[in-house]
Design a protein around this ligand. Sequence first.
Ligand code: PGA
Length: 247
Amino acid sequence: MRKLAAGNWKMNGMAASLSEVTALLAAHPAPGCEMLLCPPATLVAAMAAQARGSALQVGGQDCHAKLSGAHTGDISAAMLADAGASHVILGHSERRADHGESDEDVRMKTGAAWAAGLVAVVCVGETEAQRDAGQTLAVVGAQLKASLPEGATAANLVIAYEPVWAIGTGRTPTLAEIAEVHGFLRAELTARFGAEAGGMRLLYGGSVKPSNATEIFALADVDGALVGGASLKAADFGAIVAALSAA
Ligand code: PGA
């Protein structure tokens, strides 16, 4: 399976920030892994134009569950595809927290993404209170089950395990804790989708940076990363791409 280094710019990035993409592509024209950046919606078309013919793929950070209609301020999966996106992040914990997105919302959006030909990057992860209460596997298992429609394949689905308490905090689970969750997710996906699950990429996300990428990428069932803060700078994201390429 080809591993995936995915960056999530969140609500960061102006037109001038596309110079980071220029630098990234100059430094990593042919990485040994897939490379994806998900800028804010305002930059998807420009970044996709910049990435055309390169190793970089471009994604959105959310989409509506419907293909079009009276939903002011929302964008559809078809619009992302039309702008040049190939992927969309769905169910990020910030969407779940800020906009009250439920697992069912995420499931509907995933179906919409597939209908538009996009790869869905579906996020799951426990809060710190849930981990402290020993509920991590139950929580991510329930999110995984309810957030995915039937018909998931290795080509149309990527899962990102992102502990909420590790996002943007500089804290990460232990390597054993990451391995435990990833092994559990693989088993759950295999139970539901069969052999196809063996090819689904399972990304770890939450304070991935150049200094911890290599040890995280050495873990079984970690097939890449979803990177927030460290994806904004070409040097940092490029170092993570290099670490994944070498894993
Ligand atoms: P972080 O964010 O790398 O800044 O912790 C990860 C994410 O939310 O995808």
